[in-house]
Design a protein around this ligand. Structure first.
Ligand code: IMP
Ligand code: MG
Length: 169
């Protein structure tokens, strides 16, 4: 069973607002929007089209290891973005923050590359993260404590293509 949690129009309106906020927040310097694959791919592609300033886009893949299901807290980058991070404003785009472990480890790794600034834009936040030292400065929605799919989010690689966000029940 699927229940729609955020419909297409609701998501589009919020993404437009986030784009405007990001446009205003970065008046100068090089902006690199860095998407965390795979979950952020749809959100990021909609988001960057609502940002009215020069920017670059890149992606990275982070994998948890040590345990395949539960977040073990160990994160490694499966590949590094080719683009240099040094001196740039980095906006890390994530689909959903659950335990926050992935983002916490990534923020530590990325800050070692000496970006000019490093911030998080997340579409959804379950607000159960205890390990998150950096809160997203741009956030789409607080998420219900349910398993969500669609708009990039998957369950066993399925449902990513849905244009809305649904909770699996
Ligand atoms: P964290 O490290 O526990 O914050 O895990 C975040 C990652 O887990 C996200 O990038 C998603 O890939 C995945 N995830 C967490 N909650 C959900 C959900 O409700 N639906 C789909 N994926 C989720
Ligand atoms: Mg996933």
């Amino acid at each position: 069973m699927r229940r729609v949690a955020f419909d297409e129009a609701t998501i589009a309106a919020r993404v437009r607002e986030l784009g405007e906020a990001i446009t205003d927040a970065y008046p100068d310097g090089k902006l690199l929007v860095l998407g965390l694959l795979k979950g952020s791919f749809i959100f990021l592609s909609d988001l960057v089209r609502q940002i009215r300033r020069p920017l670059q886009v890149d992606f990275l893949v982070a994998a948890s290891y040590g345990s395949d299901t539960a977040s073990s807290g160990n994160v490694r980058l499966l590949y590094d973005p080719e683009t240099r991070l040094e001196g740039k404003h980095i906006l890390l785009v994530e689909d959903i923050i659950d335990s926050g472990l992935t983002l916490s480890r990534l923020m530590t790794l990325l800050s070692e590359r000496q970006p000019r600034s490093l911030e998080i834009c997340a579409l959804l936040h379950k607000r159960i993260a205890t390990e998150l030292h950096h809160e997203p400065i741009f956030l789409g929605f607080d998420a219900p404590h349910e398993f969500l799919v669609g708009y990039g989010l998957d369950h066993a690689e399925n449902f990513r293509h849905l244009p809305y966000i649904a909770s699996l029940q």
